[in-house]
Design a protein around this ligand. Sequence first.
Ligand code: ADP
Length: 412
Amino acid sequence: MIWFVACFTFLLTALLVSVVWLVFYSRVRKHAAASNQRIQALEDQLIETRADMEHHRDLVFDAMAEGVMLCGLSGRVVFMNRAIHRIFGIPGNVPANTTLLEVLRLHEVDEVFERTLKNGRTMGVEINPSGLDANSLRLNAVVVHSSSGQPESVLLIFHDFTRLKELENSRRDFVANVSHELRTPLSMIKGFVETMIDHPSMERETLTGFLGKVRKHSDRLAHLIEDLLMVSRLESGQATVNLQSLQLAPEVSRVLDDLQRNADRKQTQLLLAVDPQLHVLADSDLLEQILLNLLENAIKYGSEAGKVSVHAEPDGHEQIRVSISDDGPGIPPESLDRIFERFFRVDKARSRAQGGTGLGLSIVKHIAQTLGGRVWVESRMGEGTTFFFTLRASADLSADSNTQAQRLRSVT
Ligand code: ADP
């Protein structure tokens, strides 16, 4: 009986323990499964957050104008933004584990990396890589430390200031040119005035000659200042532009009338072949400036007793193409690319002697662009020169080229 009670108690206890164990085990399993699920969700969230952060990092760095590169201590590139591709002309993706030298192929950058790492200090240097569009770069390098203070990587930041340097050079050249151009007539005026003061009893005829020279150089000064103001207004976008539909032929005719005396002096024949129906969308004053500069040049640099002609025709794309031709000595081929630069002259002495400022063609180029067109030149030595410019055709009034009527002006 005792055995039976003992066995029964033992079995009951074992059963109870098993039931308790089973309940406990299933609860623990449930908890473990729930915890695993939570850990998995957290891991997924972490991966997603990391991908998001990398995406945002890329967005921010790719929006930067500066080139940013992060390199490990061994010089392997960890990260680089889009500007690096642009600045250094790197086309596609760079394979993992590529070194700084392999990516940029610039020993000077590699040296900056090594020196920054060695000295542990931020470095800033100017580098001028050859064979790249970006040839003036400011490079700042800084060591990046881990939270425990150990050097971890080197951050390289490239600032491209090529355009800024070009602008600075062009500004310096401009100031030097302007000073030179102003000084020349001023010193002539000063010289003549001083001679007149030193010789008060100078003969009337000589005196008149001197005063004529003073007037010529003051006119040149005034002309130069006018041109400079025009260049400044056009370059700063402050020129007043009053676009309206203009009948082209009378606009050209008016300028030809103004230049008639210049042409007479050189016995130049002025020819106008512009369809009276052609209309352009332009500013009358600015159009006059273009025509005046190009026609004045054609007469000035054309041959004695030569011909200067103006043509105009529709040029597709809702544009009118105007051409001004002379039969002068022409422009040397090597000068054609530079002819629209400020102060560029083929023959400086000749241009100055004729009262030129060297700014006329650069003004023409700016105005043509301001009016939505362009300007270019074709020339053959010994045969003559033709300047072309385009204007926007006036929408509803542009002419049918078949009705072209030519009007010839002939003045000798
Ligand atoms: P400039 O005041 O010297 O005339 P421009 O800017 O108008 O200045 O012209 C620049 C230079 O281009 C001139 O000095 C001249 O050498 C050359 N040039 C302009 N037009 C002609 C032309 N029709 N034929 C030959 N050379 C020309």
